[in-house]
Structures are given as structure tokens and as C-alpha cells.
Write a protein that binds this ligand. Structure first.
Ligand SMILES: *[C@@H]1O[C@H](CO)[C@@H](O)[C@H](O)[C@H]1NC(C)=O
Ligand SMILES: *[C@@H]1O[C@H](CO)[C@@H](O)[C@H](O)[C@H]1NC(C)=O
Ligand SMILES: *[C@@H]1O[C@H](CO)[C@@H](O)[C@H](O)[C@H]1NC(C)=O
Length: 397
């Protein structure tokens, strides 16, 4: 059969299977919380949709001015990450219940950022995918922060990041220190900044990709691990809660980021596979590999010719972490392949205003446990809430 016909059939089938997954606002509504949908268009044309939980159904009367918090998801993830654990155990809802005005960020290239009004053929064009987390940090985040501050009339907000959300926090504040004024505190869950002590079984393979310019060039500027409805459908069948294959799905989810699904809330597995991976660019992945290899926290390495044009130097410059002045808390686990204790301590030593370095007291704690563990409320959400509350108390006194 003709290729075009196949593509049309695939397209229809893919759309049909969209029935098997819900979007962030659909999930929030189902969980009984109010939700708002907001959209920004970045200076370079990306149309990004993100969400707000303005209050909690637990309040009869709401306070007028509430502290604003922005939660920023990780690599190949999205705003969905913060709500999958349900109303009792998700950080986003716990924050809303504690009186915060909660905003859930999204990055270009994930399932809520797949349009660009300046690029012909949009996401089908390699130009669309010509970015790394540097652009997420330096363009998408400040656009969302400015938008939120304007909407809420507040001068500054609290920032919570997971994984790439911590990388982009550090990149933004290093490159645009004026954002120190707009962020009250930073809570970094599983910080991924320095990476050379990363303990993933895949780590030895990474230099092969990063060191071969030909391979980098070949895989540069494409969509990387997009969300597909097929996968969502497959997950909803194969990974359903009471299936034998649920355990396999869980192991696959944890393979790359810390291999011990022991803490996982297994009920979540079909919800995770329905929403993740949520899409990214190959540039984000390559940027991480570059930093893993170099051992630094550097801007994107385009190769020495383009580096000269972009940066005026052969090598990409380091992000200047000493520009970060926001009081920052670091939370790490001991079985996290992507965020090792040594690297977190190095980050702490390079930041000038660390509030606390918090080790999660579960030896098997890994990268995704920060959002999906069965005891995430006790081990992460409550410590984060307490830390924010103590900061707010200090300010009020
Ligand atoms: C596990 O996930 C389900 C589904 O989202 C949720 O309803 C439940 O509260 C979670 N349990 C815990 C202990 O996190
Ligand atoms: C409203 O403000 C009071 C006093 O500042 C505080 O105790 C309470 O927790 C706040 N409630 C909400 C919903 O933020
Ligand atoms: C980094 O920023 C600090 C100020 O925050 C400045 O003193 C220092 O010169 C900068 N370093 C570089 C290499 O630009």
C-alpha cells in the first residue's frame, strides 16, 4: 500500500487511542481541584500551555494573597508529573491544601509545547527541535515566571524543580541574575547539575554518543522520546494495575534513573505510561551528555566553529553559579543514578546561599521516587512544605 495511506491510517489510529489518556487539567478536575489553563508564546515562537491550581477544595474561604509556587518538571516529563499520585499524595495538591497558589510549568517540546508560530511545518521541522535545556531555562522559564507574576500581582514566587527543572533553575539564575529578585526560594529535588559521578549502568555508553561529532550531528535536532498515544494505549493494557506485566513496566520506568522500583506506588504505573515519556529534543539529551563528559556545568557545545560564532571561544563557557543568590534547598537520594551525593555536595559548595542539603533517609531512594514513591508525601512533600513554611515565617517576623 502507498506510504501516504499508511500514514493516514496511523494518524487516525493514533488519534483514536488518545482516548486512553487524560491531560493535566482533566486529571486535576477529576481529582476535584479547580484548574486554569494558561498559554504563553515565547520570543522565538513556541506556544506553551501550562496550568494553575489556584486553590484547594479544602478551603471554604480563600485568602486573598497567597504565596505563589512554580513547579518545574524534569526531562521527558511534563506538568502531569506533579499530580499523578492523586489528591492525597501529590506535591501540587499538598501545596494547594497548604494555601499556595500552585502553577505547573511546561517546557517547549513536551506534550504541552508542540507548536511554534514562527517555524514552517512546526514540529516536523528540524528547526523546531534546535534547542537544549539552555533555551528552556533562558526563554521558556522567564516567560512563564513573568507571566505568573503579572497575573498574580506578586513580586516573586517560590520555585520547585525536579531533575531538569533543577538544571534549568541553575542555568537561568546563572545567565540572568536579575531573576534572583523574582524567586524567593528554590527547592531542588534530585539536582542534576554536575553529573560526572553519575552511576547509571548506561553511563559508560554515553561518551560514545557525545564524543563522536558525527553521531551528535546525525542525531542532532530531532524529537526525542515523544509522547505517543500508541504507548499510552499499550501502557493502559500491559501496565494496568493488576496485571502480571505491571512489574515489568515498573522496572522499565526505573531502568535509566535508579534501579529499584521498591518504593514505587504501583497503582501509578498505567498513569505514568499514559503520560510519559512526554517528549523533548535530542539537544537536551546531548547537552546532558556533554556535561557528563566534561565534568562541568557548561553551555551547549556546538563544535568549535559554531562555538566561536556563538560564544567567541572554542569551548562553551561555564554557567556562572556564583550568580545564584536565591536561598536554595537541595534534596537528594542515595540510589539516584542521575544525581549522586558527590555531585550534589559539589553543587552545594558552589552555591552561595544554600538553606539545606537534605538526604532522603531511604537508602533505595531514586530519581523518580521524588515524585512517584508510595511514601512521597512523608519523605518529600512534607519536608518541602515545612521548609517553605519556615521561610515564610521568618519573613513575616
Ligand atoms: C498511589 O497512587 C494512587 C493513584 O494516583 C493514589 O490514589 C494513591 O493515593 C497513591 N498512594 C500513595 C500512598 O501515594
Ligand atoms: C490564610 O491566612 C492565615 C493567616 O495568615 C493562615 O493562617 C491561613 O493558613 C491562610 N489560609 C490560606 C487558605 O492560605
Ligand atoms: C561570576 O559571577 C561573579 C558575580 O556573581 C563575578 O564576580 C565573576 O567574575 C563571574 N565569573 C566569571 C567567570 O564570569
Amino acid at each position: 500500500m502507498d506510504l501516504v495511506v499508511w500514514l493516514v491510517i496511523l494518524g487516525i489510529a493514533n488519534s483514536a487511542t488518545a482516548l486512553f489518556k487524560l491531560s493535566t487539567p482533566e486529571i486535576i478536575k477529576q481529582d476535584g481541584y479547580p484548574v486554569e489553563t494558561h498559554e504563553i508564546i515565547t520570543s522565538d515562537g513556541y506556544e506553551i500551555t501550562f496550568f494553575r491550581i489556584p486553590t484547594s477544595p479544602k478551603f471554604e474561604v480563600d485568602n486573598k494573597t497567597k504565596p505563589v509556587v512554580l513547579a518545574v518538571h524534569g526531562f521527558i516529563s511534563s506538568s502531569d508529573v506533579w499530580i499523578l499520585s492523586g489528591p492525597d499524595n501529590s506535591l501540587a495538591y499538598n501545596l494547594a491544601d497548604a494555601g499556595f497558589d500552585v502553577w505547573l510549568s511546561n517546557a517547549r517540546g513536551n506534550s504541552y509545547g508542540l507548536k511554534n508560530n514562527k517555524i514552517l511545518f512546526g514540529r516536523l521541522s528540524p528547526r523546531f527541535w534546535d534547542f537544549s535545556w539552555n533555551e528552556i531555562a533562558n526563554i521558556d522559564l522567564p516567560a512563564q515566571i513573568d507571566y505568573i507574576l503579572e497575573k498574580t500581582g506578586q513580586p516573586a514566587l517560590h520555585y520547585i524543580g525536579h531533575s531538569q527543572g533543577t538544571t534549568s533553575y541553575c542555568a537561568l539564575l546563572s545567565d540572568q541574575p536579575e531573576y534572583n529578585e523574582k524567586i524567593l526560594t528554590g527547592s531542588l529535588l534530585s539536582p542534576v547539575v554536575f553529573m560526572d559521578n553519575m552511576d547509571s549502568p548506561f553511563a559508560p555508553l554515553l561518551p560514545l554518543i557525545g564524543n563522536a561529532p558525527a553521531i551528535s550531528a546525525l542525531i542532532g535536532n530531532f524529537e526525542f522520546l515523544p509522547q505517543t498515544n500508541f504507548l499510552a494505549l499499550f501502557g493502559s493494557v500491559a501496565c494496568r494495575e493488576k496485571s502480571i506485566t505491571n512489574a515489568i513496566c515498573s522496572n522499565v520506568i526505573f531502568l535509566a534513573a535508579g534501579f529499584d522500583p521498591g518504593n514505587l506506588n504501583y497503582t501509578l504505573v498505567p498513569k505514568i505510561t499514559a503520560t510519559h515519556p512526554a517528549g523533548s529534543s535530542t539537544g537536551q539529551f546531548l547537552h546532558y551528555i556533554q556535561n557528563y563528559i566534561s565534568g562541568g556545568f557548561n553551555h551547549y557545545d556546538y563544535g568549535f566553529i559554531k562555538n566561536r560564532l556563538k560564544y567567541g571561544s572554542k569551548d562553551p563557557p561555564a554557567y556562572n553559579l556564583s550568580n545564584i543568590k536565591v536561598p536554595t534547598s537541595l534534596y537528594y537520594g542515595n540510589n539516584d543514578y542521575l544525581s549522586s551525593q558527590i555531585d550534589v555536595q559539589r553543587l552545594a559548595s558552589e552555591l552561595s546561599n544554600v538553606r539545606e542539603v537534605h538526604e532522603i533517609d531511604v537508602p533505595t531512594w531514586n530519581h523518580f521516587d521524588f515524585v512517584w514513591a508510595i511514601n512521597v508525601k512523608e519523605k518529600v512533600n512534607i519536608p518541602v512544605l515545612n521548609s517553605l513554611a519556615s521561610f515564610i515565617d521568618q519573613q513575616n517576623n
